[in-house]
Ligand binder design. Structure first.
Ligand SMILES: [Zn+2]
Length: 369
């Protein structure tokens, strides 16, 4: 049994407690919170400088792209970035596995306990079987061609089942509004069963996505026309969020939202990946349009980021909003856990095993083990 205390304790399901004490079992289960250090015998207290909060949830990552670190050129826009990702197979299986393992280690060292992870392959399965972190896997469908819908759909079910057979949570999701036709969206929605908690989709990551739906022109329109993508993608939709109805109004985590407007925001969960947005588009979302209780944060992959650190992402959000520290920490832990259905994570409520982070001045983090 341990009694941990610091300058402030952030339980996240209630207000911060000055010099509060967190009692955890040896396996990290929250036993109790105390408002006052005097309630605990002095010799049992472990006193730290800084603040104590629950482990972080990285609500959006692509662990399997970790080997592409440093390959993409910065601020070249989304289509250039996509071309870089297509080089993903020019690497050995060993190089890919080592990069995945190192990236996971980095997340653990940075106080991350749960991850919403996009998968196009089974490359991460080996690492995830070790159970070092909790993962919610999103098996991503990227398929803009009408005649390939059946084949891509069936391959995705096979991939999802590989994860589910390993007792690792996995849900089939669409990549983005511009890369999946309405027919495929409805097939994805039709597949949702009791094992699925939430869908994730990349949303309004580039200005050209809005242009595609609103004006039927621009860089995305030209690109999709060139590759003979299904014209149903833009003909049937006038805004990106028109896909929500196609997905049957299920619980959805909308990722990026860099070019979303106030009127695009729904009651769903939203995930921001500020460092990746700066890396690719040199832009950030308008943070004032979101409900901060439903805002999560992710690192995206090491293809569009130089680190997997929620704390670094928080620093950018802090510089661009008036969110207080408690709100920032909810974005980093509680909201992501709620969005992804990580019932043991996100707050210091009794019975949870949420991990414990010690933070000093928002630029130094230590995991209390
Ligand atoms: Zn992504």
């Amino acid at each position: 049994m341990r009694f941990l205390t610091a300058d402030y304790l952030f339980p996240l399901y209630k207000a911060p407690i000055k010099e509060g004490v967190l009692q955890v079992s040896d396996k990290g289960e929250v036993i109790a919170l105390f408002e006052n250090r005097n309630e605990i015998p002095q010799d049992k207290l472990e006193v730290f400088d800084g603040i104590i909060c629950p482990g972080f949830v990285n609500a959006h990552c692509h662990l399997e792209l970790s080997h592409l670190l440093g390959i993409a050129k910065k601020e070249k826009g989304f289509l250039d970035f996509l071309a870089t990702v297509q080089k993903r197979n020019n690497f050995t299986k060993d190089a890919i596995q080592i990069a995945i393992e190192n990236a996971e280690q980095q997340m653990i060292a940075n106080g991350i306990v749960g991850v919403g992870d996009i998968c196009n392959t089974a490359d991460t399965l080996l690492q995830k079987r070790k159970g070092n972190l909790q993962y919610y896997n999103f098996i991503e469908i990227f398929g803009a061609h009408e005649n390939k819908i059946e084949a891509i759909f069936n391959d995705s079910i096979d991939l999802r089942n590989q994860f589910r057979d390993a007792k690792i949570r996995a849900t089939i999701v669409p990549h983005a509004p511009y890369s999946v036709p309405p027919k495929m969206m409805r097939k994805i929605a039709g597949l949702i069963d009791e094992k699925d908690e939430v869908l994730a989709i990349h949303m309004q990551e580039a200005l050209a996505e809005n242009e595609l739906f609103e004006s039927k022109k621009g860089a995305f329109y030209n690109w999709l026309s060139n590759i003979a993508a299904s014209s149903e993608i833009w003909k049937k939709r006038n805004r990106s969020i028109d896909i929500l109805a196609e997905l049957g109004n299920n619980k959805i985590l909308l990722v990026h939202n860099t070019f979303s407007k106030k009127e695009d925001i729904t009651d769903n969960y939203y995930c921001t990946c500020p460092k990746a947005n700066l890396y690719i588009e040199n832009s950030l979302p308008d943070y004032f349009i979101f409900n901060s209780e439903k805002l999560c944060v992710g690192t995206d992959s090491l293809t569009s980021n130089n680190s997997l650190s929620i704390l670094e992402e928080l620093q950018i959000i802090r510089e661009n909003t008036d969110f207080d520290l408690n709100t920032l920490l909810k974005i980093a832990s509680k909201n992501g856990a709620e969005a992804l259905g990580f019932k043991q994570l996100g707050t210091f409520e009794k019975g949870k095993i949420p991990g414990v982070n010690l933070i000093k001045g928002l630029n130094e983090i230590k995991v209390i083990e």
